[in-house]
Structure formats: C-alpha cells, structure tokens
Ligand binder design. Structure first.
Ligand SMILES: [Zn+2]
Length: 387
C-alpha cells in the first residue's frame, strides 16, 4: 500500500511557503477548494490582518459529538539551515519524503485530505471535524480564534486528535509553556563613576540568577512526573542583550526567559515569585540612585500543558485503533492543551513522523509513517461507520 494520493496532496501543501510570518491563505484556498469539490463547506476564521486564516469543516451528519482532526498549517523558517534540496518542493529519496513541514505537520494534513472521499462515501454515525490552524509555531496563537468558532457552534465535538509527529504513538501529556521578556532600565554614566549609575546588566544578571535558583529548587523539590524525560518544571533564560561599550555603565538590558511547567505547577505563581523578587530585592536599591529605574515584564507566549487520564475513553479508543497499549508524554508543546482548556474536549496528540526531524534542515517523513497514519485514519473511519 503506497499512499499515492496523500503524497500528491502533500506535494501541493509543501509547495505553499507557509512560514509563520507569511500568509497561509494560498494553502487555505487550496484546501477550501479541494473540500468544495467534495461538497464540503469550510468556515474560515481570519486573523486581524486578514492575511492568515484557520479552516473548520464538518464531514457527515450535523449532529452532536464526533471527532476533531486537528493540525497547524504554518511551518518554522528555513533561514540559516543547510537544505540539500528546495525545502518547499517535495523530494522523494528512497522511502523518505523531504520538505519543510513534511513531519511537522503537513503529512498529517495530507493524510486527512486524502481520506475525505472515503469519509464522504462512508455512512458515518458521527461527524468528523477538520480544524486547521495558523500561527502554531509562534506559540499557539492562531488557534484561539478557531476555538472560539467551535465554542460558538451548536455542534460540540466529543474528542480531538492533534496530529503532531509522535511516530503514531498516543501522547497523553506535554508541559505547558510561558515565555517572558524582561526590560531592565537603569541609569548610564561614565564607568569611572560607576556607583552614580544604575547598571542594568548587573541587575538583569541578579534577576536571571534568581530565575536559575527557582529552577534548581524545582529540580530538587518537584513536583515530579516520571513519565517525562525531565520530570519537573524547568525555567531557563535563552536571550540577553545590553550595554554598548565597556566604559559606560549600561542603562538598558533585556532578556527572555521561559517556564516549561508540569500540569501540577501553576506558572502564574512562579512568575509572581520572580516579580516579587524584583520588587523587593532589586528595585529598592536601583531607586536609591534613580527614581526612573525600572524592571518591566512583558508576556510573550503562553499555552497550557496537556494532561489526559490514561484510562479515559479517548485514550482507550485511540490505543485500540493503533493496536498499541503504550502511551507517552513528550517534550514539545502543541495546541492540544488549548482544546482541553478552552473547549473542555478530551484531546490526545497522535500523528505520523518524528519530532526528531521537525524544525531541522532536510526535514522528512518516511513513507512507512504515512502508511501507518493512513491506516489509523482508515480504522478511525471504519470505527464510526454504520455498516
Ligand atoms: Zn507542529
């Protein structure tokens, strides 16, 4: 069994350069017209610039319940990556299909679309809903508008499967993420008069040390979830810039940090702890020299973690379809926690391809994974068909 149709569709999808900062409308128009040829109506939900859109479509009876098959249409940039072939042209070598987004996650989208004729010709007992989003790769931003649409809909789906690459294994959990930018404003002066200035770089360093200390505490005190490779909440600083030349006390320093938290940890509490440290331990000293000195926190990104009970109906159902009793938790984030949190729909992550190939040069999906994904969808359709 070779997924010829899916591969053809994947070729089209990869051909649209839907890097997150670009428009995804050409891809959405392609999907909309494809669904239209099968008499399926799409609802589009645009972003505020009207350059990007989510797509939602229901196949089968317009009744309560059914399952959402969800995926994002955007991809990460190829800038600075050393690709052997054109990343926006699907290239097959032996049993691998190369191209940006093949694993993450246009392969899954192509498989879904390839099964549309089958979904239409099958007498489905429950509807199948397609939910394709934009701006996932910049922090699950675009899907919010799509979730609002589903929430406003009179038909409420029962389950959701987010097809991020998991090698077709069912994923029951991932950590939540919360990213902040911190802007430290000091007071510049000649470095020979250093005590007369407020050194923004040094105060930023103190705050970063505090964040590192909280992370260390988490690694010792927990909470812990040993299903994860790193079984506790982590905090990390990834970007910093400040100062101009050595003989000026720097009046500005900016850095970005993130929290990757277990479902048991509340990121807001950790953020408040960091803010309180700045307020009580840093700002008073800074203000002794300059009343204008400041530490400003800007929230950049946030999405909740995913956690679904292993014994829940959805997990048992998906395991049965996959004929695999195992489940796992993963290190990467997805939109799945938002489906759970905003819509209260039980959600798992399960899709073809490996996260090991995602975001890298020469990203690929193996034909074997496409076949496994195709079989999963065939079995899913069969499981809700009225024979
Ligand atoms: Zn993805």
């Amino acid at each position: 069994m070779i997924e010829k149709n899916a591969i053809n569709i994947l070729k089209s999808l990869v051909g649209f350069d839907t890097t997150s900062y670009k428009s995804n409308l050409d891809l959405i128009a392609f999907v909309e017209s494809y669904l239209d040829t099968h008499n399926i109506k799409s609802s589009l939900v645009y972003d505020s610039t009207k350059k990007k859109a989510n797509l939602y479509a229901t196949i089968g009876l317009a009744i309560e319940g059914g399952i959402i098959l969800s995926g994002h249409t955007d991809v990460v940039p190829v800038t600075g990556q050393d690709w052997t072939e054109d990343p926006f042209h699907l290239t097959q070598k032996e049993n691998k299909l190369y191209g940006r987004g093949t694993a993450d996650m246009k392969g899954f989208l192509a498989l879904i679309l390839s099964r549309v004729p089958k979904m239409m010709s099958t007498n489905l007992s429950k509807p199948i809903h397609l939910a394709f989003s934009y701006d996932e790769e910049v922090g699950c931003v675009g899907v919010h508008r799509l979730l609002d649409l589903i929430n406003d809909n009179s038909i409420k789906p029962n389950f959701c499967v987010v097809g991020e690459p998991t090698n077709m294994e069912v994923v029951t959990g991932h950590k939540g993420k919360c990213g902040y930018k911190v802007i430290v404003k000091g007071l510049a002066c000649h470095s020979g008069q250093a005590p007369l200035g407020v050194n923004a770089v040094q105060y930023a360093a103190k705050l970063i040390s505090h964040i590192t200390e909280i992370s260390r505490e988490k690694s010792i005190k927990g909470p812990f979830d040993y299903d994860y490779e790193i079984p506790y909440t982590t905090l990390h600083t990834g970007v910093i810039s400040g100062g101009t030349i050595l003989n000026i006390v720097p009046d500005s320093c900016q850095f970005e940090f993130e929290i990757r938290h277990l479902i048991e940890d509340n990121p807001r509490e950790l953020i408040n702890k960091i803010k309180l440290y700045a307020k009580e331990h840093l700002l008073p000293d800074m203000h002794k020299v300059s009343s204008k000195a400041d530490i400003h926190f800007e929230k950049k990104i946030t999405y909740p973690g995913l956690s679904i009970d292993e014994s829940s109906e959805l997990v048992r159902y998906i395991k049965k379809l996959l004929n695999n009793k195992k489940h796992k938790k993963v290190i990467f984030g997805t939109e799945s926690g938002l489906f759970q949190e905003k819509l209260d729909i039980p959600t798992v992550v399960c899709g073809p391809g490996s996260i090991d190939q995602a975001h890298k040069a020469d990203e690929y999906i193996s034909i074997n994974q496409l076949e496994k994904g195709g079989k999963f969808l065939d079995d899913l359709i069969a499981s809700i068909s009225i024979s």
